[in-house]
Structure formats: C-alpha cells, structure tokens
Design a protein around this ligand. Structure first.
Ligand code: ZN
Length: 417
C-alpha cells in the first residue's frame, strides 16, 4: 500500500544541516546551529499549510494539524528531536542512498575503513531489497533523530493532502538538545497543549517502547587529611587513594554497564577527579525499577563506609540527584496509548514488538510532565556512529503506522477528565 511518500529526499535534506549538540554548553539550545534546522522546518510547515506554526525563542518548533471531524477528541502530539549526538561529527554530512540493498558489505567512500557488514549489524539481514541511507564515512548520519523528524513532516504533508483520512487535533513538536539530556528543559507544556504523545525516536521496524530506565546521579566526595609528604607518617590520608579504593571495590562481574543487559540495573562511574585533600567520584545509577535506586544508593554508601573505615580520620559525603523516571509508571495508568500504537502497526501490516529502553528519552520526561509518551520505531540503526544507517522502507512503514494511529484515536470517543 505504497502511499508515494517523499521521505528519503526529505530526510537527506535535513541530515545535511549540522545540529550537533554541545554537552559543555550552558546555553539553550546548547549550540546555535540547531536553529538552522528549526527555521527550515518552520518554513516547510508554513508552506504545508499547518496552523499555529511557531518557532519559539528556545528553538522549539510547534504546529497543528486541525481536527477534521466534529466530535471532541484528545490532542495527540508527535515529537522528534532535531539535534544529533556529540559523540561523532555531524558537520558536512553527505547522505548516500543505496537502492535495492543486496546484503553485500557497504564500503563508505570517504573512509574505506568504515564498512557496514551483516556480521556486525544483523538487522541488515532483514533489510535486503530495501533502500538504505548511510553517511559517507567521516560523520554520523543523524538518522537519530532526523528519521523521526522526516517521518513526522511527511505525515503532515500526507494528512494535509488527504482530508479523507479522519483524525482529531494533532500537535507537532520538534525539540533541540535531547542528546545532552536537556530536550524539554525550556518546553512550555501550556503552549504544547496536548493530551497524549508519541516520540518517533526508536530503532527496528515494529518496535514500541513504553519503558525506560529510572535514573539518578550519585556524587561521592572523599575527604582525606593533608600533611607535608616529608613528615606525613601516621598523619596523611590521601583522598585520591580513598577514591581509587572505592572504585576498585565495585563488583567486577556484575552491576556495571559492561556486565548487564535487558532489565538488569547498574552503577557506572563517569568521572573521578581530585587531589590529596578531596577527591570526587561521579556515578550514574540506573534501573527500570525505581525502588531499587534507593537500594543501590545504600550499597554505594556501604562500599564508601568500608573504604574509609580502614583510614581513621577520613570522611565521605554521598549526594544523590534524581535525573529521570521510568515512563511505565505513567503509561501503565493509560495502557491504551501504547495499545493503539500496536493496533496501528497491525493495521499497517507490521508485527509490533514491545521493547524496553536501557536509557531515557524526551518521552520519559514528557510523561512525567503530563504528556504520556511512548516511543515508536523510525528505522534508525547503529546510531551515534559513522556506520549509522536507516532503511527508507522502515521510515515509510512508520508513516503508515502514524496514518493508521490517528484514525484509531478518531474512532474512540473522548470525554476529557
Ligand atoms: Zn534520539
């Protein structure tokens, strides 16, 4: 049921705009160049004839596809992020379209050491016959999340041209700075004014993710005792050594990113810095079960106690800060939001698959800000790397899914609480 989408050309246009986020910056957005894409999308939404098109001072882009039925319906938001990950260059991205992929290795021409192979990327085996888009070897592609942006823009173009597809009010939202964890920092929820949402930022065809990590940041500060190194016997306690002993005491076969998968949680030291008197260890703490985060903090505390107990006079402080929470806690109260997306995939001829994210999304925060917001596939794969790729057919299937999804919402009567 090909609907004649133009999503590949649209996507290739967007990825050429450099929108790399900057984790060191305290401005919003973190890099001014993200606004280049905001402005392009703003103009294109106006040209497509959407309503309430707005580019605000923070570079959020909003637009409305008005309801085309008479009965009251909830406002559904589709959201993607415009920035790309700082892990890999996003400057001068050259998108390459490989039509009718055969399964043979794809050598990226600007750096022939970058080769996309089915052995390393088994999902490719399911994409034989598809049209793939890659970068040229020197940069990431930016399918994360310009695939989502292109899918939502193409949906808007399709719905504006096909009034026979009945739907309620639809809000479109494009955010900056998701990759540096600040995507919704300045978002005006009043202005967004939607009831339920979906981020388009998932991977494999048919995936719907309604569960993320719950996340805390932990800071352990070790205080030593300083003395002149020449006259330090029995007096000096070196905080660098306290911090090192603590890190060395973390389990080596469990409770870390490198030893866990699926639903297993972990703690992960992300930085260690300091000197003789004071050393600071930063950690991230992750689990799908929020109640376990407290247990993890207690376990960190016990390890820190154990470290200083061997050094009378040493001290430590533990500070824990909430980062985000598992969206499932919100989505389980409104199970129809993810269920409608599954039904939409079935209607589009796909096999839906519930998946969990070992991380967070804009949707984790949006869910707790009043917009229950699971995540739908886009086809973006090998993200944050030079081998990033996306299947054009996966993006088309995501648009098909959204066309079905808005019609499912239209069929369900709504009385606002
Ligand atoms: Zn993303």
């Amino acid at each position: 049921m090909s609907k004649n989408y133009n999503v590949a050309q649209r996507f290739m246009r967007y990825v050429q705009i450099d929108t790399t986020a900057d984790p060191q910056s305290s401005t919003f957005p973190s890099s001014a160049k993200q606004r280049d894409l905001s402005e392009m999308l703003y103009q294109e939404l106006l040209q497509l004839g959407l309503q309430d098109v707005e580019l605000d001072e923070w570079s959020y882009v909003f637009a409305t596809i008005p309801s085309n039925v008479a009965h009251p319906l909830p406002t559904i938001c589709f959201c993607s992020h415009m920035d790309t990950a700082p892990d890999c260059s996003g400057t001068d991205v050259k998108p390459l379209l490989h039509t009718n992929y055969t399964g043979a290795p794809i050598v990226l021409p600007d750096d022939p050491s970058q080769v996309l192979r089915t052995e390393d990327h088994p999902y490719l085996l399911q994409k034989i016959g598809d049209d793939l888009i890659t970068a040229s070897g020197l940069t990431l592609l930016g399918a994360d999340d310009k695939a989502g942006v292109a899918i939502i823009m193409e949906l808007a173009a399709y719905l504006m041209a096909h009034p026979e597809v009945k739907h309620g009010p639809i809000r479109i939202l494009f955010t900056p700075d998701e990759e540096v964890g600040r995507g919704v920092e300045q978002l005006d929820m009043q202005k967004l004014n939607a009831h339920f949402g979906y981020t388009l930022d998932g991977g494999p065809l048919g995936d719907i993710e309604d569960e993320t990590f719950s996340a805390d940041a932990a800071t352990l500060v070790f205080h030593g005792v300083s003395a002149h190194p020449g006259y330090a016997k029995g007096k000096m306690i070196n905080a660098i050594k306290l911090a090192s002993e603590f890190v060395a005491s973390l389990p080596k076969d469990s409770w870390s990113p490198e030893t866990t998968e699926k639903r297993e949680g972990f703690v992960h030291p992300t930085s260690i810095e300091g000197g003789l008197e004071k050393a600071v260890v930063q950690l991230i703490v992750r689990d799908h079960d929020t109640s376990l985060l407290q247990t993890y903090a207690e376990r960190l505390k016990a390890l820190a106690e154990n470290t200083i107990s061997a050094h009378p006079g040493a001290r430590y402080e533990l500070h824990v800060q909430e980062q985000y929470r598992n969206m499932k806690e919100i989505l389980k109260e409104v199970p129809f939001v993810a269920a409608y997306a599954e039904q939409a995939m079935l209607n589009a001829g796909l096999t839906p698959k519930r998946a969990i994210i070992r991380g967070g999304t804009d949707g984790s925060r949006l869910s707790f800000m009043g917009l229950p917001c699971p995540n739908i596939f886009t086809g973006e794969m090998a993200i944050h790397s030079k081998l990033e790729y996306v299947s054009v057919q996966d993006m088309e299937k995501a648009i098909d899914t959204l066309v079905e999804l808005v019609q499912i919402w239209e069929k369900h009567p709504w009385t606002q609480a």
